[in-house]
Design a binder for this molecule. Structure first.
Ligand code: SF4
Length: 199
């Protein structure tokens, strides 16, 4: 018995004559309501899976702290596809619309890859080097910390804190990132440290 005939003769299988008729181009298409094997063109039959022969790497969706596992398919340096990982107990092969579109983080043509800065009062954006931008952020943090520093509160209790800045985290932050952010901002004297997930 050929591979195609293997199901014939099993309980519930359709008669062999029906299966033979099913393979005729026009008759088969009618018997299958246009959805069976006879409805597929030679091009479709030869197309194969879009991920066939690609390298697959397990990864984690970068968008939110649910931490869904992804399968990243590549051909050389080219990113071809990202799908949910069925081995993950978290998402079991699924991805939400954001995770399913995470390929756009890499190959979205409108993605910004340089620091852009609009000076106070300016109407145009300018590009900055990353080093320069990081230095500007550090200078502002130090200045805000000093300007908002309190040794004691209104009642005279010693507090050693700054009200010069706060931190609001987003849902894309995972446990480890939140731990480091909390540690850093507490060490700098901030007391308003929150996360979008709690608001
Ligand atoms: S953004 Fe969606 S796919 Fe990504 S981790 Fe969160 S729930 Fe999962």
């Amino acid at each position: 018995m050929s591979g195609q005939d293997a199901h014939v003769g099993r309980p519930g299988a359709r008669p062999r004559s029906f299966e033979r008729a099913r393979r005729l181009p026009l008759v088969g298409r009618a018997l299958d309501w246009g959805m069976g094997p006879s409805a597929a063109s030679a091009t479709t039959r030869n197309a194969g899976a879009r991920i066939a022969g690609l390298k697959v790497t397990e990864s984690v969706c970068p968008y939110c702290a649910v931490g869904c596992s992804q399968l990243v398919y590549t051909r050389g340096d080219e990113l071809v596809d990202i799908e949910g990982n069925p081995r993950s107990p978290i998402n079991q092969g699924t991805l939400c619309p954001k995770g399913a579109a995470s390929r756009q983080l890499i190959d979205q043509p409108g993605r910004l890859t340089k620091v852009r800065y609009r000076r106070p009062g300016a109407t145009e954006w300018e590009e900055l080097g990353l080093e320069q931008a990081m230095d500007m952020i550090a200078e502002r943090i130090i200045a805000a910390r000093e300007n908002g520093w309190q040794d004691v509160d209104r009642q005279g209790w010693r507090v050693d804190r700054t009200l010069g800045f706060a931190h609001l985290g987003g849902a894309t932050l995972d446990n480890e990132e939140n731990y480091l952010i909390k540690k850093l901002f507490t060490a700098m004297g901030a007391i308003q440290i929150e996360n979008q997930a709690r608001i």
